[in-house]
Design a binder for this molecule. Structure first.
Ligand code: KIV
Length: 262
């Protein structure tokens, strides 16, 4: 059954929500068949697949290209596209225009925006125009150059209070769910129990309404970052290396392709 923003909203307190990133059609198909609720075409595609050092280099065209590929797999999962660097800080109508392109040209059914409470009025405007929004709080990788690196959030009382305020402001603006990245477990538990909408976590520990992982991390792709919270469920690096070596060896020794029959 097709997952919608209503399905996700209604899962709060009833079922744990599963979410993964997807950047291509075959991955989307397999994740959808596995019953994953949400597929995110995250800007993590820049660091995981496109060879960029940060997500700041990812453009709207990159996200559009990959969202359209995921969309062509017709996943039953809710398809969410990431709003890339700086687009949430354009004028209200330009930000809406970027979101509209992700839905009209990419086929996204919702858009994720890295945000804090200060963006709530703009997010309300976009939602009122018909764009469902997944708010993203905590570590906001698009601000890496301000932060000077990646770190955990919500370890101090002050930050934990601020994060709950951000989450509530985004919920009140109409976000159907909130995603938290790298938030301390105690602060996470407090946020989850004080929101009416689902709170999904990555690197936030178990006290969330659902979890999201970057698919290439879960599959064991070679990576420039190895976050400590990731669990690898496969070793794709080993599998691909073995297959490539076997192919190269068979071409070199003449066993592939096999001899043709006269
Ligand atoms: O771009 C991404 O993959 C993300 C993760 C935090 C899920 O935003």
């Amino acid at each position: 059954m097709k997952k919608t923003v209503q399905t996700i909203r209604q899962a709060k307190g009833k079922a744990r929500i599963t979410a993964l990133t997807a950047y291509d059609a075959p991955t989307a198909l397999l994740a959808s068949r596995a019953g994953i609720d949400i597929l995110l075409v995250g800007d993590s595609l820049g660091t995981t697949l496109l060879g960029f050092e940060t997500t700041v280099q990812v453009t709207l065209d990159h996200i559009l290209h990959h969202t359209a590929a995921v969309s062509r797999a017709k996943p039953e999962s809710l398809l969410v596209a990431d709003l890339p660097f700086s687009h949430s800080h354009l004028s209200d109508s330009e930000t809406l225009q970027s979101c509209a392109r992700l839905m009209q040209e990419g086929g996204a059914q919702a858009v994720k925006i890295e945000a804090d409470a200060s963006l709530a009025p703009k997010i309300r405007h976009i939602i009122n125009a018909g764009v469902p929004i997944l708010g993203h709080i905590g570590l906001l990788p698009q601000r890496v150059h301000n932060l000077g690196g990646y770190r955990k959030f919500g370890k101090t009382q002050h930050e934990a209070v601020q994060l709950l305020e951000d989450a509530r402001a985004l919920q009140d603006a109409g976000c159907f769910a909130i995603l938290g990245e790298m938030i301390a477990p105690d602060a996470t538990a407090h946020i989850t129990s004080n929101l009416d909408v689902p709170f999904l976590g990555i690197g936030c520990g178990p006290h969330c309404d659902g979890q999201i992982l970057v698919t290439t991390d879960l599959l064991g792709y070679p990576s420039q970052f190895n976050p400590s919270f990731v669990k690898t469920y496969a070793n794709i690096e080993k599998t691909m290396t073995k297959a490539f070596n076997a192919y190269a060896e068979e071409v070199r020794n003449g066993t592939f392709p096999p001899p043709t029959k006269p």
